[in-house]
Every structure is written in structure tokens, then in C-alpha cells.
Design a protein around this ligand. Sequence first.
Ligand SMILES: Cc1cc2nc3c(=O)[nH]c(=O)nc-3n(C[C@H](O)[C@H](O)[C@H](O)COP(=O)(O)O)c2cc1C
Length: 158
Amino acid sequence: MEKETRKKILRKIPYGLYILGLRDGEKLHAMVGSWLSQCSFEPPLLMLGLKKGSYSHTMLEHNPFFSINFPSKDQKKLVERFFRPHEAKDGKFGEVPFHVGKNGAPVLDEAIGHLECQAKQIIPGGDHDIVMAEVIDGELVQDVDSLTMKDTAWHYGG
Ligand SMILES: Cc1cc2nc3c(=O)[nH]c(=O)nc-3n(C[C@H](O)[C@H](O)[C@H](O)COP(=O)(O)O)c2cc1C
């Protein structure tokens, strides 16, 4: 199979866009993620493709509790801000305010909702591992559609 064809087909897989909130001791971090899917009703499990060797991967190995923040359709700029890492200072990642959720991970104040999760397993993959995580808690602040990859010109995949 041609690499270009494979890329085109793989890019037809629909993805959401999320901002993951992580904690390792006193260090807080947020990253953009898209390779996320529900994979069990009971218990409610999610699977996430997470880049090996990334800061977030290391953090999750140290502390399994993290948040998944959902941006609205008009919060493309919010997501863009996390294309590069921001130091958490005075309740903000750069300009973006957050609070600490029940599981200790940072939760973005402006997101339409979030889930609080606990990684149960990190399954070895290729250049990304699969994080199998249980949904422990969450909040829906605004019941509107969330931003998806299709709403943007971005790609992560192929
Ligand atoms: C649109 C978009 C989607 C992304 N999706 C994922 C993803 O699903 N999994 C992942 O590991 N990295 C993903 N990334 C890359 C991470 O955001 C990037 O590697 C991250 O900044 C590295 O994380 P670190 O700060 O923890 O080292 C995505 C990046 C963009 C721009």
C-alpha cells in the first residue's frame, strides 16, 4: 500500500479534540490530545494513544489521575494555546485559568465540561502507547457540541 494512500485513509477516522490535564507531585501540565475513544460501558473505560517519551507520558507513569477537558466549537484558539507547553502559575496555564479537580489534576475553567480519569494500564504500542483509563467523575458545564478535528485544518494521524 502506498504511504500516501494509507495516510489519506487513516485521516478519514474522525477525531475529537481535548486538552488533557496532568499532575506529577506539584507539577501541573496540559497537552492537546485527539486519539481518544470510549472502549467499555461497565466499567466506563477510555483508551488514549499517548506519545512515548512525552512529558505527559512520564507524568502519567508517576500519577495515574488526569482530566480530559472538552473545548466548544468556538474554542479553537483555546486548544491552539496548548500546542506548546505552559507553566502553571497562579491558577493559569499562560492566560488560561484552571482549577484543581477532585482527583488533583488541573481542570480548565473555560471548557464546556471535563472528565476525571484514572489510568488503569499503559499498554505498549508503537511510537504511542495505549492508556486504558477509567472515568471516575466529571462535569458538564455547557451542553453544546465539542470541537472536533474536522472543525479545524489540523491533522494528527496518517
Ligand atoms: C491536533 C493535535 C492532536 C494531538 N493528539 C495527540 C494524541 O492524541 N496523543 C498524543 O500523544 N499526542 C497528541 N498530540 C501531540 C501532543 O499534543 C504533543 O506531542 C505534546 O505537546 C507532547 O506532549 P508533552 O508536552 O507532554 O511532551 C497532538 C497534537 C496536536 C496539535
